[in-house]
Design a binder for this molecule. Structure first.
Ligand SMILES: NC(=O)c1ccc[n+]([C@@H]2O[C@H](COP(=O)([O-])OP(=O)(O)OC[C@H]3O[C@@H](n4cnc5c(N)ncnc54)[C@H](O)[C@@H]3O)[C@@H](O)[C@H]2O)c1
Length: 296
């Protein structure tokens, strides 16, 4: 059992992370602007863009029965940081940048000062710049791996690149493990209702390069990161191994990204974004396939 503080546990992905970590027997505290749905988990309401609130929220007692024992904080083993504005066009761009970078700096500094040297945080496929590009941006090569340049044009992608640098800076200061998940387009069970159209019209998810990841596989990645020690600063593509389209991947790439070189063999329906590093270093395996989900 580990004591884990999760930020953003009341959100789309966070709810599944809480479930995965609680089911695995960990003690979990959620820190968010609003309560989590899971009654097994206590939520501490805090705005993490405020340094004082972030410092007060990280390193507190994580259990749900804190008043029955002692108010003294027990040491926290892991910070899982998912609180953020999850895309552009929800709030003005400058707010996306301010909220995402400030909250990440605050929680990482608070964690390090509280002696927590293991941090798993949400980065994004947006670091590669393709998904929220002005007009169109071709990736430099397929399959896109973690070595691909990260020079996005948009405020959200930029905030995630800055957050990765923030994590690298704290890792340079204290060592430990800082794992950033470059998460693809996340599908929760209700999202599969759109798949009869999304998986057949190639124009709709071109910016996502037809890649995706099931929210339960993102939760699995977080648990694997919690369980795996000693890798230092790392970023991991967090994607399904397959594309979410009925057409063969080579055909899609050849038609819509004709100038992009394909550097490695890709399976007939393999993903254009590689998850091999996560497979190799964390033992990640895609468990949920879009074609097997109820799409009613
Ligand atoms: N949904 C996706 O497809 C996707 C893809 C790649 C990366 N991500 C990243 O994963 C993470 C979670 O995304 P999501 O889709 O679950 O988003 P979400 O909006 O459903 O959840 C985000 C949570 O963060 C909380 N939050 C926001 N600002 C906060 C603040 N200042 N202080 C405290 N809590 C705050 C919100 O209340 C919310 O519960 C984000 O970092 C996002 O950028 C999401």
């Amino acid at each position: 059992m580990k004591r884990i503080v999760v930020t953003g546990g009341s959100g789309k992905i966070g709810a599944w992370i809480l479930k995965e970590l609680l089911d695995a027997g960990h003690e979990v505290l959620n820190v968010d602007l609003k309560p989590a749905a899971d009654p097994r988990c206590r939520t501490l309401i805090a705005d993490l863009t405020e340094a004082g609130q972030a410092f007060g929220a990280i390193g507190v007692y994580t259990g749900i029965d804190e008043l029955q024992s002692s108010l003294r904080a027990e040491p926290v083993d892991v910070l899982v940081h998912f609180a953020a504005i999850p895309r552009v066009q929800l709030v003005p761009d400058a707010e996306v940048f301010r909220i995402n970078t400030t909250s990440t700096y605050n929680v990482m500094e608070a964690a390090v000062r509280a002696g927590i040297h293991k941090v798993v945080f949400a980065s994004s496929e947006a670091t590669y710049g393709v998904v929220f590009a002005d007009e169109q941006l071709d990736p430099e090569y397929f399959p896109v791996d973690e070595e691909h340049p990260t020079v996005p044009m948009d405020a959200y992608g930029l905030s995630k690149v800055v957050n990765e640098r923030t994590a690298a800076a704290f890792h340079a200061r204290v060592g430990g493990d800082f794992y950033g998940l470059r998460i693809g387009d996340v599908m929760a069970p209700p999202d599969y209702a759109k798949f009869p159209l999304w998986s057949t019209d190639p124009a709709i998810r071109k910016r996502e390069m037809w890649a995706y990841v099931d929210v339960r596989d993102v939760a699995q990645m977080v648990r694997l990161c919690v369980d795996t020690d000693g890798l230092g600063f790392q970023v991991f593509n967090t994607f399904a191994g397959e594309s979410a389209h009925v057409l063969p991947t080579r055909e899609l790439a050849g038609k819509f990204y004709s100038k992009v070189p394909v550097r490695e063999e890709i399976a007939e329906h393999g993903s254009l974004v590689s998850n091999r590093k996560a497979q190799r270093l964390l033992g990640f395996e895609q468990r949920y396939r879009w074609a097997e989900q109820p799409q009613g």
